[in-house]
Design a protein around this ligand. Structure first.
Ligand SMILES: [Fe+2]
Length: 138
């Protein structure tokens, strides 16, 4: 998605969130180790579908800002899904009194939320106005 994006801000947002996501995996592994749980990486069918939709956008031809808007839409669906999942797990950890896990999951949730807000600000700041100008020019 970073390669397909035209906006430099969007490229940077995708790349830096990818780095953060690697940290999210490390936090999950840390939680698994602390709780003595082996993380087996259960397949998530909904996420597979969201990734498939992202690939469809990548395969599209079109004006840069229009593609960027579609990439942002696809990425935000992923972020919202992640927030739902991490929020659920954080709630369970809280109920079970796993305070360290709650703290780590909250850090991830905060980063997912910040990534989502960043995408909204890029959309509202440059992408959507440029995309609508393209549409008006046609
Ligand atoms: Fe994310």
């Amino acid at each position: 998605m970073a390669k397909k994006a035209s906006s430099e801000k969007l490229k940077t947002a995708f790349t830096s969130h990818l780095k953060e996501t690697e940290g999210h995996v490390e936090r999950l592994e840390k939680i698994g180790t602390a709780l003595g749980i082996k993380l087996t990486g259960k397949k998530c069918h909904a996420m597979e579908g969201l990734i498939e939709e992202g690939k469809e956008v990548i395969a599209e031809d079109g004006d840069g800002p229009v593609i960027d808007a579609a990439l942002i839409g696809a990425a935000q669906r992923v972020e919202h899904y992640e927030m739902a999942a991490y929020g659920t797990v954080r709630g369970i950890a809280q109920t079970l009194g796993h305070d360290d896990a709650v703290r780590l999951l909250q850090q991830t949730l905060d980063e997912e939320g910040a990534a989502d807000k960043k995408l909204t600000s890029i959309a509202e700041g440059e992408v959507l106005s440029a995309a609508s100008q393209m549409a008006a020019a046609e």
